[in-house]
Design a protein around this ligand. Sequence first.
Ligand code: FES
Length: 385
Amino acid sequence: MTRKKIELLDSLDENKFKKMANERKEWLEKGQDVLVNLDNYVNNYANYLEPKKIQVVVSRILSESSEYVTLVLRSLNGEPLPIFKSGQYTAVTLEIKGEYYTRPFVLTSNPSLSKDGEWRITFKNKSNDIAINYLFNKVLIGEKLYMSAPFGDFYYNPIRDGNKVLFLANSEGIIQAYAMAQAIISNSEIFDLTIYYSEKREFNLLFKDEFAMIVSKCPRIKIVYVLSDEEKEGYLTGFISFDKISKEIKDENVSIFISGNEGLLKYLNVELEKLSLPKKFIRYNSFLPDSNVVKVNKFQLVVYINDEKYEIPCYNNKTIMQAIEESGIYIPSKCRVGSCGFCRSELVVGEVRVVNDKRNGVDKKYNYIHPCSTYPLSDIEIVVR
Ligand code: FES
């Protein structure tokens, strides 16, 4: 397999690097003790790329199936929206009956439409999730929504990845594969994409007509359907397995992206071991594993946030964030799977179980947790930072 090589630093580079700290100190000492004007090109451009909050209006609602919907969102006054990489998310913050909920959604629009002020998000309804259920059933055309800047690292990167992507998806994971296909067909991103998409039956396949159109127009994109509960001509039968995909991996420069339900991710995690590929060429979309609790226990949770103290109940089968949210307290969040660090909090008392642990070493050492991916194991106290 041919992979890109990164040149090593030579001794001149190393010397330059070593001198950097002293040079910086000298520059700082020479600096004037006056407030910097924050309204400058760099700050303004950073705010454009990474605004704290983006207000958009729902301009169309597209029903993709009985379970999936796409919201077409327009910026106010048609100004450009931040650019994103296909596979990234935006988080929507909603106020429902005086309480705040934040949920992440995959951006599925052609990325180049961002400059014209258009984004799309596609998602599956979840009747037990008040925020998603609201967006699926109740949101109205013309309604204003607050979105976050795009985030997430599950996207194609030409420096790190091979020039071909093998995307293995089931269930909602196909939404990110569809987003990548949108980026390729609009020439926003350039790579070859082969998708293996598994569902129970043909009836369950999402974006089937759209994929047929995309594949007919763009030779870079291929899709192979795998049905687990139905035998049909033109479809593979069973599950996505090493044997089914092995011919795609013989080629050089393949990065494998995997997005779907917990079962698929766990199964492929074992299957793909057989490839002995360096880890960076196999990319799993983050997900929150089930709590797998046999006996539900109730605990006491104390939350300190913005100089306020709240005492609320929590349970070992729900994340700390769920407990906080269900008590009507707002804490910052984006990804809700432990990846972004937006909900980072200090655990000051108690025992917890961290799942999908993406914390850095220092945070682990000093007892910082991500409440969105942490379950209580005792009474606990946290300080939201
Ligand atoms: S919301 Fe992203 S880590 Fe908790």
